[in-house]
Design a binder for this molecule. Structure first.
Ligand code: ADP
Ligand code: MG
Length: 347
C-alpha cells in the first residue's frame, strides 16, 4: 500500500508538527455533551456530572501488534480505537471520548496518516465518541499508535472483574476464534504473495473471519442491551487474549473457580471449516486465539430468563466455589485445567 508509486506522497517535514496535527484533526466534530474543551488547548476539559469516569489506554507497535503488509492503515486506525472502546464496554460503561497519540518515521507520507485518521474518524462516528486530544512525535523506526478511551457509567452499573459470586452463570457474546483464523488466512496469503507477487487471493470464502481480524467491532450494543433487559452483570471482561486467559482473570479477581463447557463455546461455521482446512483444533482456537473483542460476564442464575434465547448471548459455564480453579469440561466429560496460553500459544 505504501509502496504504490502512483499515489501522491507529501513529506511530513513540509507540514511541521502543528500543521500536521491541524491537518489531521480539522474535520473532527464534537458531539458529546460531556466534552467541554476538545483539541486545541493544553488539556482537554470534560464534565461527567454525577457519573463515574472510566479510562483505558492501549499502545500498538508496528511489527509487534500489527503488520502493515496486510493491514491497511485505515483499518489500523479503526482497530486501534475498537481495542480501547472494548475495554470501556467491558466495564459496562458508555464510551464518550478518545485521545490518539502517534509516533511516525518519515517513511510515512502525509497520505498514509490521512488514511489512518480516516479509520479513526469512521470509528468515532459509528461509536459516537469525540476525538479530544493526543500527541504527535517522530519515530526512528516504525509506527506507534496509542489510544486512550474515556467513558462514563452510573456507579451501580459498573462491572468489575472481581464481582462474580459462587454459582453465577458465565456468559459470552457473539462467537469466538474468527479473528485468529482470519489472521491465519492473511498470513498464508502473505507467504503466497512473497513467492508470486501477481497472485490475486480469493478471500471471498473467508470474508467473515478476515473481516473479524481486519475490522473488529467493539460491543457497544451490549451495555445498552443489558440495561434494557435489566440484567446486572456481577463481573465482566472483554475477550482480547482468548477465552481461556479471560476466564482465568475473572476467576483470579473474583477468587472463585469456573467451569467452562467445551460443547457450549459459540463458533461460527466458517471458523469450524477454516480450522479443518488449517488442521487446527477449534476449541483451542477459541480458548487461545484472541482479538475477538466479545464480552465475557457472569450473572446471577435468577437473571437467566432475561437472556434466555437471545442470539447475542451464550451461557458457556458457571462459577464454582472459592479458589476451586478454572476448568474446561470437555465433550467427553473430562475436566482439564485451563492455562493462560493466551495469544502466544501458537507462536
Ligand atoms: P502540547 O504542546 O501541549 O503537547 P500539542 O501541540 O502536542 O500540544 O497539541 C495541540 C493540540 O492538538 C492538543 O489539544 C492535543 O491534544 C492535540 N493533538 C496533538 N496530537 C494529536 C493527535 N495525533 N491526534 C489528535 N489530537 C492531537
Ligand atoms: Mg504534544
Amino acid at each position: 500500500m505504501l509502496e504504490n508509486k502512483d499515489q501522491e506522497r507529501t513529506s511530513l517535514e513540509k507540514l511541521g508538527e502543528f500543521g500536521l496535527i491541524e491537518h489531521l484533526t480539522k474535520d473532527f466534530k464534537i458531539s458529546r455533551k460531556s466534552t467541554i474543551k476538545g483539541i486545541g488547548d493544553d488539556a482537554t476539559v470534560l464534565d461527567f456530572k454525577d457519573k463515574k469516569t472510566v479510562i483505558s489506554t492501549d499502545l500498538l507497535i508496528e511489527g509487534v501488534h500489527f503488520d502493515l503488509s496486510y493491514m491497511p492503515l485505515k483499518h489500523l486506525g479503526y482497530k486501534a480505537v475498537m481495542v480501547n472502546l472494548s475495554d470501556i464496554y467491558a466495564m459496562n460503561a458508555t464510551a464518550t471520548q478518545i485521545t490518539v497519540s502517534i509516533a511516525v518515521s518519515n517513511r510515512f507520507p502525509l497520505e498514509a496518516l490521512e488514511e489512518l485518521y480516516a479509520g479513526i474518524a469512521t470509528a468515532c462516528k459509528m461509536y459516537n465518541v469525540d476525538l479530544v486530544g493526543g500527541d504527535t512525535t517522530s519515530s526512528k523506526t516504525g509506527l506507534l499508535i496509542s489510544v486512550t478511551a474515556i467513558g462514563e457509567a452510573e456507579e451501580s452499573s459498573l462491572a468489575y472483574r472481581s464481582g462474580a459470586k459462587p454459582n453465577d452463570l458465565l456468559v459470552v457474546t457473539g462467537d469466538l476464534g474468527a479473528a485468529y483464523m482470519g489472521l491465519q488466512v492473511l498470513e498464508r496469503e502473505k507467504e503466497v504473495f512473497k513467492v508470486n507477487p501477481n497472485s490475486q487471493p480469493d478471500l471471498e470464502p473467508y470474508s467473515y473471519i478476515v473481516e473479524r481480524q481486519l475490522k473488529p467491532e467493539a460491543r457497544k450494543d451490549i451495555p445498552d442491551l443489558l440495561k434494557k433487559l435489566k440484567v446486572h452483570p456481577t463481573s465482566m471482561i472483554d475477550i482480547s487474549d482468548g477465552l481461556s486467559s479471560e476466564i482465568l482473570h475473572l476467576s483470579k479477581s473474583s477468587g472463585l473457580g469456573i467451569d467452562l463447557y467445551e460443547d457450549k463455546i459459540p463458533l461460527d461455521p466458517t471458523v469450524i471449516s477454516a480450522c479443518e482446512e488449517f488442521k487446527m483444533d477449534s476449541t483451542l482456537v477459541a480458548l487461545s486465539g484472541g482479538e475477538d473483542y466479545e464480552l465475557l460476564f457472569t450473572i446471577d442464575q435468577k437473571e437467566f430468563p432475561k437472556i434466555k434465547g437471545n442470539p447475542n448471548f451464550t451461557v458457556v459455564g458457571h462459577t464454582t466455589g472459592e479458589n476451586e480453579g478454572a476448568f474446561l469440561i470437555s465433550r467427553n466429560n473430562t475436566k482439564i485445567p485451563l492455562t493462560a496460553q493466551g495469544w502466544n500459544s501458537f507462536a
